[in-house]
Design a protein around this ligand. Structure first.
Ligand SMILES: NC(=O)c1ccc[n+]([C@@H]2O[C@H](COP(=O)([O-])OP(=O)(O)OC[C@H]3O[C@@H](n4cnc5c(N)ncnc54)[C@H](OP(=O)(O)O)[C@@H]3O)[C@@H](O)[C@H]2O)c1
Length: 230
């Protein structure tokens, strides 16, 4: 698919993978719109020609407003990437602060649910578009110490698989992305073991974009760091 002049929304687009995706899509002449909560960081994108709109993914109304702005400016929505997410430092289940875990599920699961709904309503009207959910390899296997985060990502995976079934027979695509560890601000509070071996988010962004450009994109894309040759 030729991406030129397409319209994309990326949630959580000011840092990490979202930022890498936004800058790479821009190079492909895509109309890029990003959202996040920190307004100052959003302003930095203006000079790149990227529209930054303040929106919290846990507030469906924020995302409805975001869509309205996008449709008013561009008239259509080709891609919506549910990327915003947060993490908790690893702890045994008995020690997890489950208030923080609730907040994490609110962002990782409900942020994706709300984003998908807002995009889906518009895409059904148009009868085209792709919803791309950034999940994680933490949705493919349990991790000691990572129970809350894994639970949120397994839930996103279940939601996304159901969404795929609901759009069967339409011109709307739903794509699940399962990246492994990436070196991003996600781990500012505490770096996990093995962080130095994690992938550069630019590498992951390029694979996601190449997949979208292909004639037959993978709808379940696992992206792990390349195995080092000894
Ligand atoms: N890093 C990894 O190793 C890794 C591995 C697999 C999957 N992932 C997934 O990849 C995605 C991106 O992670 P990342 O590593 O790039 O994280 P990051 O560097 O921490 O960036 C997260 C982005 O999300 C935004 N955000 C957080 N909460 C938000 C909210 N409630 N509403 C709107 N925006 C919000 C942040 O901006 P504000 O704080 O200003 O809102 C920021 O732009 C997440 O879904 C994550 O689960 C990450």
């Amino acid at each position: 698919m030729d991406l030129k002049n397409k319209v994309i929304v990326i949630t959580g687009g000011t840092k990490g993978l979202g930022k890498a995706l936004a800058l790479s899509f821009k190079k492909e002449d895509v109309n890029v719109v990003v959202c996040a909560r920190n307004e100052e960081e959003l302003k930095i994108f203006q000079k790149e020609g990227i529209l930054g709109i303040k929106a919290d993914v846990t507030k469906e109304n924020d995302l409805n407003n975001l869509l309205k702005i996008v449709i008013k400016k561009f008239g259509q929505l080709d891609f919506w990437i549910n990327n915003a997410g947060i993490w908790l430092p690893h702890l045994p289940i008995e020690e997890v602060d489950w208030k923080r875990a609730h907040d994490l599920i609110e962002v990782n699961l409900f942020g994706t649910v709300y984003g998908s709904r807002v995009a889906l309503i518009q895409m059904r009207k148009q009868n085209f578009g792709s919803i791309i959910n950034i999940i994680s390899t933490s949705a493919l296997e349990g991790r000691s110490g990572g129970s809350a985060y894994c639970a949120s990502k397994y839930a996103v995976r279940g939601f996304t698989e159901s969404l795929k079934k609901e759009v069967e027979g339409t011109n709307i695509k739903v794509i699940s992305i399962y990246p492994g560890g990436m070196q991003t601000n996600f781990f500012d509070e505490k770096k996990p073991e093995g962080y130095n071996e994690y992938m550069n988010p630019d590498f992951v962004a390029d694979i996601i974009i190449e997949n979208l450009k292909s004639d037959n994109p993978e709808i379940d894309l696992v992206i792990k760091r390349p195995v080092k040759q000894s």
